[in-house]
Write a protein that binds this ligand. Structure first.
Ligand code: ADP
Ligand code: MG
Length: 151
């Protein structure tokens, strides 16, 4: 299934994410796709808030992954920007994805496509101007509950 919307500033992107964060049941995988500055990390900030986390969300670019504590679930935030290969981190990612109490978001997931489950929400942000972004969601029917309150 697909659904498209737009965002006119970072607060809108955070709000969209927050709504999805409230719908999580645990075990979900979200792949975030965009150019640099598209709003992927901004989205994670809203998602963490929706999950009831007050942890500070920042780009894990140099650490590869960050971990935030939500009210019910842990949020794992991976970013493989410019990493030539995932190595052992791919195994770590696979283990985290396998835990139903975890929610996993991945930026620049090209090198871990083989680890990501087919059952995932993919969100593509398109830069349309300084603050304007197209936001396109693709997901299997089994994840349609994530869009509750958005569509
Ligand atoms: P990415 O993780 O995709 O590289 P970031 O979320 O780190 O992107 O950065 C997005 C930048 O774009 C931030 O500086 C943010 O304030 C800005 N921005 C402007 N408009 C938007 C929008 N509509 N949605 C998300 N971020 C936006
Ligand atoms: Mg980022």
């Amino acid at each position: 299934m697909t659904w498209q919307t737009s965002s006119t500033n970072s607060s809108v992107t955070e709000h969209i994410a927050e709504t999805i964060g409230l719908n999580l049941k645990g075990g979900e995988v979200i792949e975030l796709v965009s150019d640099l500055g598209g709003g992927k990390t901004t989205f994670v900030r809203g998602l963490a808030r929706g999950m009831g986390s007050s942890d500070r969300v920042s780009s894990p670019t140099f650490k590869i992954s960050n971990e935030y504590q939500g009210k019910y679930f842990k949020l794992y935030h991976f970013d493989f920007y410019r990493l030539p290969e995932a190595g052992l981190v791919a195994d770590e990612l696979a283990e985290i994805i396998g835990e139903p109490q975890n929610v996993t978001v991945v930026e620049w997931a090209d090198i871990v496509q083989n680890v990501l489950p087919r059952k995932r929400l993919t969100i593509v942000f398109t830069n349309k101007g300084e603050n304007d972004r197209g936001v396109a969601f693709t997901y299997p029917k089994s994840l349609a509950y994530l869009m509750k309150g958005s569509i």
